[in-house]
Write a protein that binds this ligand. Structure first.
Ligand SMILES: NC(=O)c1ccc[n+]([C@@H]2O[C@H](COP(=O)([O-])OP(=O)(O)OC[C@H]3O[C@@H](n4cnc5c(N)ncnc54)[C@H](OP(=O)(O)O)[C@@H]3O)[C@@H](O)[C@H]2O)c1
Length: 245
């Protein structure tokens, strides 16, 4: 399929400094039609306008993946405009500043993180599957994190530089969701992968701490979103390399 015929949806694009916004730019630079989505419609429209000003085919749309009504609206919107979806990038995540130990973490906060990262992604993916199944080469990319890996001794679940427990646990569950769905869809032509953008400078002062530029972090997501038909499915990738998880 020509890129000009492909349609992509990216979640969690509410900030110009964020990875989702840059993924929209890089996909659109390949000629793909991109739906840039954020919970706040005004932010989605403004950021889409920025990319339109760069000559890119990007439209903004409001999408809250915690809301089944919002998800259904997005499905109907894409169905009526394009009749199918080729690329789904699940970039939205629940975040938390609760650095308490696992034994004392605030469970209401943890539930909210899980609700977006795991159930929101699962909800949206289920709803979009009929549209993805109409694509010749559907691709699902779950933007995960090394924080959810068992196998990373530095950043992983039991590593030296751990993320807040709820974040790591939610990303580990997202990796498991990726594996289960890829297994179920293995004969469908739809590829499902989890990727980690690496430590990426999406907030002030992160670059000083060694974070990579957003354009670099976005690359692995775009790679997984545009995999060839003989590409992999069901893995966890960082810098386009398969990682044990
Ligand atoms: N930056 C890094 O170093 C790094 C490293 C590893 C992995 N990642 C992953 O990369 C992705 C992007 O992260 P980022 O650093 O660019 O941060 P970010 O801009 O904060 O991205 C998270 C996005 O999720 C959205 N979101 C939260 N709840 C939502 C919901 N219910 N429905 C729809 N969207 C929702 C947020 O929107 P609101 O503004 O409306 O809350 C925000 O746009 C995340 O999955 C993150 O875990 C980042």
């Amino acid at each position: 399929m020509n890129n000009a015929d492909r349609v992509a949806l990216v979640t969690g694009c509410s900030r110009p400094e964020g990875i989702g916004f840059e993924v929209c730019r890089q996909l659109a630079q390949q000629g793909i039609k991109v739906l840039l989505t954020a919970r706040d419609e005004s932010k989605a429209l403004a950021l889409a306008f920025t990319l339109q000003s760069e000559g890119l085919n990007v439209t903004g749309y409001s999408l809250d993946i915690s809301s089944i009504e919002s998800v259904r609206n997005a499905v109907n919107h894409i169905d009526s405009l394009y009749g199918r979806l080729d690329i789904l990038v699940n970039n939205a995540t629940g975040s938390t500043r609760d650095w308490s130990a696992t034994s004392s973490a605030d469970l209401e906060t943890a539930r909210q993180v899980m609700d977006v990262t795991v159930f929101g992604t699962w909800r949206l993916t289920q709803a979009m599957l009929p549209l993805l199944q109409r694509s010749e080469n559907g691709r699902i990319v779950n933007v995960s994190s090394s924080a959810g890996l068992h196998a990373d001794p530095e950043l992983g679940l039991t590593g030296r530089a751990q993320a807040p427990p709820a974040y790591g646990i939610a990303k580990a569950a997202l990796n498991a969701l990726t594996a289960k769905l890829a297994d179920e869809l293995r004969d469908s032509g739809i590829k499902v992968n989890a990727v980690c953008p690496g430590f990426t400078a999406t907030r002030p002062r992160m670059a000083e701490l060694g974070a990579r530029p957003v354009a670099e972090g976005a690359k692995v997501i775009v790679w997984a979103a545009t995999l060839a038909d003989d590409g992999p499915s069901g893995g966890f990738y960082r810098d386009n390399q398969l990682q044990a998880w």
